[in-house]
Design a protein around this ligand. Sequence first.
Ligand code: ADP
Ligand code: MG
Length: 300
Amino acid sequence: ATPTAVMVATGKGASQGILIKGGNALENAHKVRTVVFDKTGTLTVGKPVVVSTMLFSNVPIQEFCDIAASAEANSEHPIAKAVVNYAKKLRQKYGSHTEHFTEAMDFEVHPGSGVCANIGGKVVLVGNKRFMKSQNVPVSMEIENYMSESEQLARTCVLVAFDGLVVGALSVTDPVKPEAKRVVSFLRSMNITSVMVTGDNWSTAIAIANEVGICKVFAETDPLGKADKIRELQLKGGAVAMVGDGINDSPALVAADVGMAIGAGTDVAIEAADIVLIKSNLEDVVTAIDLSRKTLSRIR
Ligand code: ADP
Ligand code: MG
């Protein structure tokens, strides 16, 4: 495209809340044959809510939730926010007026897995089953059963371990965005295949994919794995767009021909992307590709 055409299209995009960072992004967007969507915060609203808890030890529920929240308080992950909000609500319910959680020491984020912190002398892990196993925390049959029950309901289950033992689980639900299904079917009408890639477990991922009409799913994928999936899809044919919101999506956003960040997403994702969807509305994936198609066909 000519510099003028790029400028016009960029301006048009901006007026609709689609921030296009330069001519390359615009040129690549019209070639896109596959759109890869992250799940949490991209296809889903990204405001998960804790809907059930299960204790596998005799730690009191309030203490369990407070400690989990202390570990999660420094994380930007939507699940972390759900855990913190739940602990706060529980405090209100039990009439506690304490404002703050115990300060975390040695706080560590494991993108796509969970968090680890020292809370008042306890080593606390909050994260998925894979994370527990990688930290040598055993996951019993009883725990596995609770998890798969939650997952079949499209919920995500996070485990909480104190000093190497799982003491309980929280299960969160995160509804899909109202426009998600429409966007997937519209892309199909444009001859573009939609794919889901997520760090979440297979059962939850498939349940959500079914809800929005996505047939191709990659689950239990860590941040670098997401980028690998992008490269595999590129080899199979055509340009690939990645739509994501998290730190965990940044390698994939960079690997894609067109990285699109959800405006409500993390700064890291927004920086890694070529296009920012300011309104966080998935319809704008279509609008951006459409704008690029129109711009490039006009100047040819
Ligand atoms: P997605 O790819 O769907 O955006 P992520 O890669 O961010 O999901 O996370 C994958 C999984 O890792 C989550 O479903 C959750 O089980 C676990 N996880 C990641 N971060 C956290 C956290 N801060 N607290 C609890 N679990 C987490
Ligand atoms: Mg996400």
